[in-house]
Design a protein around this ligand. Structure first.
Ligand SMILES: Cc1cc2nc3c(=O)[nH]c(=O)nc-3n(C[C@H](O)[C@H](O)[C@H](O)COP(=O)(O)OP(=O)(O)OC[C@H]3O[C@@H](n4cnc5c(N)ncnc54)[C@H](O)[C@@H]3O)c2cc1C
Length: 526
């Protein structure tokens, strides 16, 4: 008899699970029902900013193939929200009252954008358990965001930004994390008037050190983005149109300054959507707590993957109940969880048993996707350059800054091994450091050899080949240069062919340029 798997959430990670389960669905081992709150087919959320600024068209966001899945026997229930789970009876309840039974339940409910506490905006609640009287409102605040205020998380948000960008309107972005900066830079390039307001001294302060952030801020200013640091937003002001409808008109800061604009884009981070799990009494920390096999700490019949899942070992929970880590908010780890879970569910192995240890994820590297502004960073970069005497054990720091030319590098090493780095305006150095960081390699004793990689016409040999067989080219899908070469050898030497056969370039798309460069290299006989 086939096992009934119910998947809640049809985002990119849910779509990947469906793909992995198709063979088991086709041969009748799994009976799969997918419930998704959005009415659209799945789309690549990572590319929403590209769509919002007119760089990608709607078709370019499509992913997954619902028709193929339906032909295989998968049932889709779209435009429906799961509002409750009866774990004793193993049934999920939809907002219209329909109940769907399961043997195994997979939550892939993703994340929602944080709405900051500002007078004029309702703060979205993460756990709706406090309001069970309005189950169909589970996913919504009691009031929608005011007109002219969006948090770029779904297609509808992207449509608003797209309209503002194409009309050349003034956009205020609140928050200068990587998403806020990418959107601001792309919108400015597309002709919008853009300001970024952020409370820290420098942008991307969770990824870059302050000096690196200041060099980035200067580069953004040069390309027309107004950067407003130390901006403590307190409220919004609205104006009324001819029909008496209120629209965003400006963001008011603690010092009384009003940052006027036509559209406010909230870019203040995301929070896992855990409300269904919370109502079902599942253990939750920053996301639904699951072990290394994506299995809930509370119930072996329930799993969670992607942006809603907090993968951790139960033994790591502190005495105060706190659990370190949290959802990565990145698509790559979610896709790897989906692949592993598809294999587990397809194998038919019982989900009961001891907790599976959390898999070791490679250290993350953050690359800003922006035309002409190269920013890449990884690891912990806060170490103070002067806190350790030469030869001492502990983090040692190498710094190089040329702010007038928009270039900055910080290297943090422990016992000669790179544990954190920032490279702004230094593309070749940044690529080299990414590779050394990924490999956990020791840095050359003369650190300045790395800095000179970006010097014009030095003829310097690159210390390590960025296209060495084990070098990661696509971080979202974990595809190496070697795997791409193999795909090229087996098929057409085109980016489309590489995408289709290895999945490289199908996530954030930030590596497509590097894939093209690799293909160009391969085409040139040595
Ligand atoms: C603008 C933007 C840029 C990004 N850039 C990058 C990047 O460069 N690199 C990167 O790695 N990541 C990036 N991300 C993050 C990436 O998009 C997420 O990691 C990815 O979307 C997670 O996929 P998911 O399927 O887990 O969750 P989601 O994409 O959030 O999908 C979850 C789905 O579940 C549905 N759902 C939720 N609750 C219910 C319910 N109760 N009933 C039914 N359905 C429900 C939701 O409607 C949604 O469709 C970006 C995100 C955004 C918004």
């Amino acid at each position: 008899m086939s096992e009934r798997v119910v998947l809640v959430g049809y985002g990119p990670v849910g779509a990947r699970l469906i793909e992995g389960l198709l063979p088991a669905v086709r041969d009748g081992r799994i009976d799969l029902t997918v419930i998704g709150a959005e009415t659209h087919d799945v789309y690549n959320r990572v590319l929403l900013a590209e769509y919002a600024v007119g760089r990608a068209d709607r078709d370019g966001l499509d992913m997954g193939d619902r028709l193929v899945a339906e032909e295989a026997g998968v049932r889709f229930v779209l435009g429906m929200t799961v509002v409750g789970v009866d774990r004793d009876r193993r049934v999920v309840r939809l907002h219209d009252g329909i109940r769907i039974p399961y043997d195994r339940l997979v939550l892939a409910t993703g994340a929602r954008a944080n709405v900051p506490t500002l007078a004029g905006l309702e703060r979205a609640q993460r756990h709706r358990a406090a309001r069970p009287g309005v189950p169909d409102q589970l996913d919504h605040g009691s009031a929608p965001l005011p007109r002219g205020v969006v948090a770029l998380r779904d297609l509808a948000d992207a449509e608003h930004v797209r309209a503002a960008v194409s009309a050349g309107q003034r956009i205020v972005v609140l928050g200068a994390g990587v998403l806020g900066m990418e959107l601001a830079l792309a919108a400015a390039e597309a002709g919008a008037e853009v300001m970024v307001a952020y409370h820290s001294a420098a942008p991307m302060n969770r990824t870059l050190d302050e000096n690196g952030g200041r060099v980035l801020a200067a580069a953004a200013t040069t390309v027309g983005v107004e950067m407003m640091h130390h901006a403590r937003a307190e409220s919004i002001v609205q104006r009324y149109d001819d029909h008496g409808q209120a629209w965003f008109d400006g963001l008011v800061c603690a010092d009384g300054k009003v940052l006027a604009g036509d559209l406010l884009v909230l870019s203040c981070g995301v929070a896992a959507r855990t409300e269904v799990a919370s109502l079902a009494g599942l253990a939750i920390s920053s996301g639904v707590l699951v072990d290394g096999a994506s299995r809930s700490w509370t119930d072996p019949h329930v799993f969670a993957i992607g942006d809603c899942a907090h993968v951790a070992d139960p033994a790591d929970a502190g005495a105060d109940g706190r659990v370190p880590g949290g959802p990565s908010g990145l698509i790559g780890p979610g896709w790897r969880q989906a692949d592993r879970l598809a294999a587990l569910l397809s194998s038919g192995v019982s989900s009961a048993g001891a907790a599976v240890p959390a898999p070791v994820e490679r250290p993350g590297v953050v690359m800003l996707k922006a035309e002409g502004i190269d920013v890449v960073a990884g690891g912990a970069v806060d170490a103070d350059p002067f806190s350790h005497a030469p030869g001492c054990h502990g983090p040692q720091v190498t710094l190089w800054a040329d702010p007038a030319r928009g270039a900055y590098v910080k290297l943090v090493t422990v016992d000669g091994v790179l544990t954190g780095f920032v490279a702004v305006g230094m593309p070749r150095t940044g690529a080299e450091l990414t590779l050394l960081f990924e490999r956990g390699s020791e840095l050359p004793a003369d650190r300045s050899s790395l800095l000179r990689l970006d010097a014009p016409d030095t003829g310097m040999a690159v210390v390590a080949d960025p296209f060495a067989a084990d070098a990661t080219v696509c971080w979202c899908n974990g595809v190496s240069a070697g795997a791409i070469r193999e795909a090229v050898a087996a098929g057409e030497p085109t980016v489309a062919c590489v995408k289709a056969s290895t999945r490289a370039g199908t996530g954030c798309g930030g590596c497509v340029g590097r894939i093209s460069e690799l293909l160009a290299r391969e085409a040139v006989p040595a």
